[in-house]
Design a protein around this ligand. Structure first.
Ligand code: GLU
Length: 298
């Protein structure tokens, strides 16, 4: 039984990521569980500075008191596990370009995700061979249009039709959805706390967990930190990384106080640490979206 925080080292963590990490830690501790950190660096080859970014992310988390109770897991070191999982799944090669999918698929979902219409599922051997000569295929799971409902701590029941999503991209890289599920199962993760931009991915991931012979974790999706236009916070919105804030005199305790206040746990001007927040934490209270007013440029 464990919870986790799993950042991708694509850029420094901003206060929105940190707030989610705080909630992940509080949820795990409140349930008396370990809290693990996993670096989701499958795209590390595309982000040149990924190891340095990851190191800064881990430092920033540690500055707030968020550490891993076990060894930190790096996805880039676990490719053999993902390969074995892909072997164990019903999959088929897909030759569709992004454009072909956009033209063939139904309208994108609210979150921008385009369910795959199954174009390549029933290609004949000859058709596959012909298309293979044009481009390397991605691998998709054959999910049989399953409908899966998961329970989220705050959103309640979330139902999704599982499309034939990609598990290995056509550049050979394993897909996020695959790696996250393989690792959560392998690490004994029973509680997944993360940003609610991933809420709609949960039925897909739960299907995969079951297809791999496991059980999905308990999900808890945290409202995102947004700018004053209601859009997901980005670095250009203001002083939003711990380094930006430190340069302006913010201590980790003040940052935690402000994040804690956004969760209804303390006053905004209070200096706190995680233990202090844990004493006041109530998992029944939903961490809703929050406008990062104190930190936005204006
Ligand atoms: N690595 C993902 C991200 O940084 C989070 C994955 C997850 O928590 O399931 O967006």
């Amino acid at each position: 039984m464990a919870g986790r925080f799993a950042p991708s080292p694509t850029s420094d963590l901003h206060v929105g990521n940190l707030r989610t990490a705080v909630v992940a830690w509080l949820m795990a501790r409140h349930a008396g569980m370990e809290h693990l950190i996993r670096v989701e660096d499958l795209d590390a080859t595309r982000v040149r500075a990924a190891p340095q970014v990851a190191a800064r992310q881990l430092d920033d988390l540690a500055a707030l008191g968020i550490t891993s109770d076990g060894p930190i897991v790096w996805q880039s070191e676990r490719l053999d596990r993902y390969a074995a999982a892909v072997e164990a799944l019903p999959t088929y090669p897909c030759f569709c370009t992004r454009r072909e999918i956009a033209e063939a698929a139904s309208a994108p979902h609210e979150d921008g995700y385009r369910p795959y219409p199954g174009t390549c599922r029933d290609l004949s051997v000859a058709e596959r061979a012909a298309r293979q000569a044009e481009r390397p295929p991605a691998l998709r799971v054959d999910a049989g249009s399953a409908t899966v409902t998961v329970q989220d701590q705050w959103a309640g029941a979330v139902t999704g039709v599982v499309d034939d999503f990609v598990v290995r991209r056509n550049d050979g890289a394993f897909a996020y959805n695959l790696a996250v599920v393989v690792d959560d199962l392998a690490q004994g993760i029973t509680q997944v706390v993360r940003g609610d931009d991933l809420l709609t991915s949960s039925p897909r991931q739960a299907w995969l967990a079951r297809a791999l012979g496991g059980t999905e974790p308990h999900y808890a999706h945290v409202g995102l930190v947004v700018n004053d236009q209601g859009r997901r916070l980005a670095k250009r919105d203001g002083s939003v990384t711990l380094a930006d804030l430190a340069a302006q005199g913010w201590t980790p305790a003040r940052v935690l106080g402000t994040l804690g206040a956004s969760l209804g746990l303390c006053a905004a001007d209070e200096d706190v640490d995680l233990a202090g927040l844990l004493e006041r934490f109530d998992p029944a209270r939903r961490p809703s979206a929050w406008v990062a007013t104190p930190w936005l440029d204006r």
